[in-house]
Design a protein around this ligand. Structure first.
Ligand code: PMP
Length: 426
């Protein structure tokens, strides 16, 4: 126990369950001691022992302009001097709402909240309230935060209702959630044929990032749009991860599909707690104080958080931002793939905008089942080899990775050179 990380982890476990405030941070899946971070700048962060890492999680998505960007820090400092929270409206919230509505044509009105979980949970309640239907459809492998209705996995057959994935979620809630396979459009057709008039909404990650990276097929999303329209169900794109990460138009822009509601988080807060849900005005008008669907938040639209978000949103709109981000992410994916090939390790990688997936498999998985069949033990060894060499990847084989605008050619080259060594150690 010489490492400060070990000492902190032991202490943390005494006062906090598992020593962490969000489970994936605990390194349960890869084993070992989590790194306690002391500071971050650009593409790097440093742990309690003073070791520097190239960071490929970027706070799980928000740090798209790199850590501690001077414009973002300045905006936060400036906002903080005017007071931290008022519980009354501010002009900054209008500016943020106007910005989101301008960038996403599907969003006519938007409400700000403080976490992706809250945004997805509220979007679901709104869809149910507006349609007066109870059932929802989600997909195995997609994560939408930890609201009760969403912590549900598939039942034993296609038309059986879901089972809770967490203790504490009543079976009675789970039975309103239908869980289908990702990228299987015929399952959507079948479920809507059988019970279309009971389904309030379909919620999907249009580029999935919570089972590692899995792209939706255009046919899958097009079918979803069509059956929702035919049956009066609300189509919800959960773009908490993909929003302003895969491109300025988000995943809906890439695929050219217009959802009824969109859930946002991560990038729009630039590292501070801002998330949002928005979409068709006729749906949004069901929300309190106008309509009967209740939703509220003491810190919603918090002025300091919104300042960080707006500064970040300004930076991502600089000319060439996404071209550059996409190019760097592709360089990383290609560099890692080449390094694995040299070492004779079955491996592939994929990238969409500033998101990437690494797979210890012969081909890029297109489904949850294919993802589960990838070599998790090999990933875990690779993760630790890279960590030793100063590269911090997501501590699970089933999470996507994130590149920021601060990941320069030199940083990518350093990563690929570490990977060349790591692959030979597997
Ligand atoms: N939806 C998606 C697609 C996410 O990736 C996440 C978080 N990783 C959430 C919702 C939940 O967001 P939060 O952790 O801010 O509650």
């Amino acid at each position: 126990m010489n490492s400060k990380n070990d000492i902190l982890f032991a202490r943390a476990q005494a006062s906090t369950p598992g020593g962490v405030n969000s489970p994936v941070r605990a390194f349960r899946s890869v084993g070992g001691t989590p790194r306690f971070i002391t500071r971050a700048e650009g593409p790097h962060f440093w742990d309690a022992d003073g070791k520097r890492y190239i960071d490929y999680i970027g706070s799980w998505g928000p740090a798209i302009v790199g850590h501690a960007h001077p414009d973002v820090i300045r905006a936060v400092q400036e906002a903080a001097t005017h007071g931290l929270s008022f519980g009354a409206p501010t002009e900054a919230e209008i500016l943020m709402a106007e910005e989101i509505c301008r960038l996403l044509p599907s969003v006519e009105q938007v409400r700000l909240v403080s976490s992706g979980t809250e945004a997805a949970m509220s979007a679901l309640r709104l869809a149910r309230g507006a349609t007066r239907r109870d059932k929802i459809v989600k997909f195995e492998g997609c994560y939408h935060g930890h609201a009760d209705s969403l912590l549900v996995k598939a039942g034993s057959g296609l038309l059986t209702f879901g089972n809770p994935t967490s203790a504490g979620v009543p079976e009675d809630f789970a039975r309103h959630t239908l869980v289908l396979d990702y990228n299987e459009p015929q399952q959507l057709e079948e479920v809507f044929r059988t019970m279309g008039d009971q389904i309030a909404c379909v919620i999907v990650e249009p580029v999935a990032g919570n089972m590692n990276l899995v792209r939706a097929t255009p046919e899958f999303l097009q079918t979803m749009r069509r059956v929702c329209s035919e049956h009066g169900a609300v189509l919800i794109f959960d773009e908490v991860m993909s929003g302003f990460r895969v491109g300025l138009g988000c995943a809906q822009g890439l695929y050219g599909i217009t959802p009824d509601l969109t859930v946002l988080g991560k990038v729009i807060g630039g590292g501070m707690p801002v998330a949002a849900f928005g979409g068709r005005k006729d749906l949004m008008q069901h929300l309190a104080p106008l309509g009967p669907v209740y939703q509220a938040g003491t810190l919603s639209g918090n002025p300091v958080a919104v300042a960080a978000g707006m500064a970040t949103m300004k930076l991502v709109q600089q000319p060439g931002f996404y071209e550059n981000l996409g190019a760097q992410t592709n360089k990383l994916a290609e560099g890692l793939t080449a390094a694995a090939r040299e070492a004779g390790v079955p491996f592939c990688a994929d990238a969409v905008g500033g998101m990437f997936g690494l797979y210890f498999a012969d081909s890029i998985p297109a489904s949850y089942k294919a993802m589960m069949a990838t070599d998790k033990d090999r990933f875990n060894r690779f993760f630790h080899a890279m960590l030793d060499l100063g590269v911090y990847l997501a501590p699970s084989a089933f999470e996507a990775g994130f590149v920021s605008a601060a990941h320069s050619d030199a940083v990518i080259a350093e990563t690929v050179s570490a990977a060349r060594q790591a692959f030979t150690r597997l």
